[in-house]
Design a protein. Structure first.
Length: 335
């Protein structure tokens, strides 16, 4: 049985169930409404159809939800069973109540047909749906298992084909690898011979280059040794020259200090003589003026020491301040 036939059976079961439910609901409304009207206040007669509608609505809910749970393979527990039987019994009681009150057994039997058919149909349709759902699940599991077996067989065939293809490729690759290894071995032997020849030639060149480099390094060392000897001699000569120059500079410095000390003593001796009573000779007067200028004495003090006029002493001070001007005046005078 395939899925098309299963769906067709489910549609037939669902259609028949709903046909019975709708017929039972209509029959129940038509039967129960007069009974409710008789037992309801006159001003509330219009509410007589409400109770059968409520009970039948509960029947519809039970039938629909049982259908859904059966399709999903679920179980609602005790309460759906209680509601289903309670609505069925209520429908049975409401439909047979009028005939029972009248003690009409035939009416009770006739009016109990629809409610009993509704109760049994609800239970039977639920059992049918569960059985169909189990059968469909088993069929789907069988089909899934069969599909998995086919897929597994197909995968095994594909794997076998891939394995054979891989083995063929590996065999071809092994042959090609052996061929390449043989060619590589021949090429390697040829390369080894050539490399050995090149190595021997390179070693010969290296020995010749090493000998030449050693001779060049020896010449370079000798040249560097000569250069170092020359630099050492030059440094020694420079040091000697510097030492001689320092000695000469020190000697000149000593002589300069001695001259300065001697000049200072002479200036002190000239300045300690005191004011001249008469005009001293010009050479001696010049020495006194020079000593006074170097000692920072004023022109008047120098004039008192040498006995010459302030103007003459001022001229000598000017000569000491600007020796080049005095040299130019002497040159002009000599010309």
């Amino acid at each position: 049985m395939n899925s098309v036939q299963t769906r067709s059976a489910e549609r037939a079961l669902s259609g028949g169930t709903w046909l019975i439910v709708c017929g039972a609901m209509l029959y129940s409304i038509l039967t129960v409404t007069p009974l409710m009207a008789e037992h309801t206040a006159e001003e509330w007669d219009w509410t007589a159809p409400i109770l059968p509608l409520v009970v039948d609505a509960a029947v519809v809910i039970v039938v629909k939800l049982d259908d859904v749970l059966a399709r999903l393979g679920g179980d609602g527990g005790r309460w759906p069973i209680t509601l289903r039987w309670m609505t069925g019994l209520m429908t049975l009681a409401l439909n047979t109540a009028d005939s029972a009150l009248k003690k009409d057994l035939v009416g009770v039997a006739v009016h109990s047909v629809a409610p009993l058919l509704l109760i049994v149909t609800a239970e039977t349709s639920l059992a049918y749906r569960r059985a169909i759902a189990s059968a469909v699940a088993a069929l789907e599991a069988q089909q899934r298992a069969e599909r998995e077996r086919r897929e597994q067989a197909e995968r095994e065939r594909a794997q076998q084909a891939r394995t054979e293809a891989r083995e063929e490729r590996e065999h071809a690759a092994m042959l090609a690898r052996e061929q390449r290894e043989h060619e590589a071995r021949l090429a390697r032997e040829t390369a080894d011979r050539e490399e050995r020849q090149r190595r021997e030639e390179r070693e010969a060149r290296e020995r010749a280059e090493a000998a030449e480099r050693e001779a060049r390094e020896r010449r370079e060392r000798e040249r560097e040794q000569r250069e170092q000897d020359r630099l050492r001699r030059e440094q020694q000569a420079r040091q000697q020259a510097e030492a001689t120059q320092r000695e000469r500079a020190e000697e000149a410095e000593r002589e300069r200090r001695q001259r300065e000390e001697r000049a200072a003593r002479e200036r002190a001796a000239l300045l300690e003589r005191g004011p001249a009573e008469v005009k001293l000779p010009e050479a001696e007067a010049r020495r006194i003026v020079s000593a006074a200028f170097e000692s920072g004495l004023s022109v008047r003090q120098a004039a008192e020491l040498c006995g010459w006029s302030v103007g003459w002493v001022s001229a000598r001070y000017a000569e000491h301040r600007d020796p080049s001007a005095h040299g130019a005046e002497l040159a002009i005078a000599s010309n």
